[in-house]
Design a protein around this ligand. Structure first.
Ligand code: NAP
Length: 276
C-alpha cells in the first residue's frame, strides 16, 4: 500500500475541474487523480496536462453511477488506504434557453449535482484520512436561490440541526413538485440548478457538523464554495474569470494547512467565508 498522499477531483476532464487538477499537480505533495465519466475524454485531458509538464493520474468516475463510485472507493482503499483531498466539482446545468420541460430539467440536474455528489460523499468520506480536506463546488446561485425560497424553506435550509435524510426528502420533494407543476406554490424558486446547489451547500454544512461530532480528533476540514463566474462550456465565453482563476478558491480550500482549524462547514467565495 502506498503512503503517498492522494487527491481526487470529480468531473475534471475540462473546465474548472481540469484547472483544479493542474493547480494541485503543481502544489499538492502527492498523487493527483483526474477523473472523468468518459475514459477517452479523461485520457485526452491527462495528455493535455502532460504537455505542460504535469503528471496527473487517471481514474474513471461517473458520479451518476454507484458502481463507478464504489470502484474508485475500492481502488483508493487498496492502493492508498484512504484519501487526503476530495474535490466534488462535477456538475451540470441546462442552458437558459433550453426547452426541455422544467420537471425533466429538475430531475436530471438534481440527479447529478445533488444526489450524485451525495453518493460520492457517502462512499468516500469514510476514507478521508486525518487532516483531510473536502471541497464541494457549489455556487453563489445557491444563495440567490435560497433567498427565493419561502420563509419556511429558508428556515429549514439554514437550520443547524437539519439531517441528511431531511435534506434528501426536501430535494426529492422539489423534483416531485415540479412534476405536478406546484413547485412555486410550494415555496420553491424557479431554478433547478439553484435548488441543486442549495442542496450541495446544505449537505456540506451537515457533513461538516457530523465530522465535528464524530471525528473530532481527525482535523478534517470540509467546505462548500463558489468558483466565481468562469469561462467554461457551462458558463460560456462572457464569464469574467479564466478556469485557472476559478480554481483558486477550491484549491485554497483543498490545501488548507494542517495547522488550520477553519474554515469548516462554511460557504466560501473569493477565499472569503460568506453568510448563509
Ligand atoms: P463544465 O466545463 O461543464 O465541466 C463540468 C465537468 O463535470 C465536466 O468534466 C463533466 O464531464 C463533468 N460531469 C458532469 N456530469 C458528470 C457525471 N455524472 N460524472 C462525472 N463527471 C460529470 O463546467 P464548469 O464550469 O467547469 O463547472 C464545474 C463546477 O463548477 C460545477 O459543479 C458547476 O456547477 C460549478 N460552477 C461553475 C460556475 C461557472 O461560472 N462556470 C459558477 C459556479 C459554479 P463531461 O465532459 O463528461 O460532460
Amino acid at each position: 500500500m502506498s503512503s503517498v498522499p492522494v487527491a481526487v477531483v470529480t468531473g475534471s476532464n475540462k473546465g474548472i475541474g481540469l484547472a483544479i487538477v493542474g493547480a494541485l499537480c503543481k502544489q499538492f505533495p502527492g498523487d493527483v487523480y483526474l477523473t472523468s465519466r468518459d475514459p477517452g475524454r479523461g485520457q485526452a485531458a491527462v495528455a493535455q496536462l502532460q504537455q505542460e509538464g504535469l503528471r496527473p493520474l487517471f481514474h474513471q468516475l461517473d458520479i451518476d453511477d454507484l458502481q463507478s463510485i464504489r470502484a474508485l472507493r475500492d481502488f483508493l482503499k487498496e492502493k492508498y488506504g484512504g484519501l487526503n483531498v476530495l474535490v466534488n466539482n462535477a456538475g451540470i446545468a441546462f442552458k437558459v434557453h433550453d426547452t426541455t420541460p422544467f420537471a425533466v430539467q429538475a430531475e436530471v440536474t438534481l440527479k447529478t449535482n445533488f444526489f450524485g455528489t451525495r453518493n460520492v460523499c457517502t462512499e468516500l468520506l469514510p476514507l478521508m484520512k486525518p487532516y483531510g480536506r473536502v471541497v464541494n463546488v457549489s455556487s453563489m446561485v445557491s444563495s440567490s436561490a435560497l433567498a427565493g425560497c419561502s420563509q419556511e424553506l429558508q428556515q429549514k435550509f439554514r437550520s443547524d440541526t437539519i439531517t441528511e435524510d431531511e435534506l434528501v426528502q426536501l430535494m426529492t420533494k422539489f423534483v416531485e413538485d415540479t412534476k405536478k407543476s406546484v413547485h412555486q406554490k410550494e415555496g420553491w424558486p424557479n431554478t433547478a440548478y439553484g435548488v441543486s446547489k442549495i442542496g450541495v451547500t446544505v449537505l456540506s454544512r451537515i457533513q461538516a457538523r457530523l465530522l465535528r461530532e464524530q471525528r473530532k480528533g481527525d482535523h478534517i476540514l470540509l467546505n462548500a464554495c463558489c468558483p466565481g463566474w468562469v469561462r467554461t462550456d457551462m458558463a460560456g465565453p462572457k464569464a469574467t474569470k479564466s478556469p485557472d482563476e476559478g480554481a483558486e478558491t477550491p484549491v485554497y480550500l483543498a490545501l488548507l494547512p494542517s495547522s488550520a482549524d477553519a474554515p469548516h462547514g462554511q460557504f466560501v467565495s473569493n477565499k472569503t467565508v460568506r453568510p448563509w
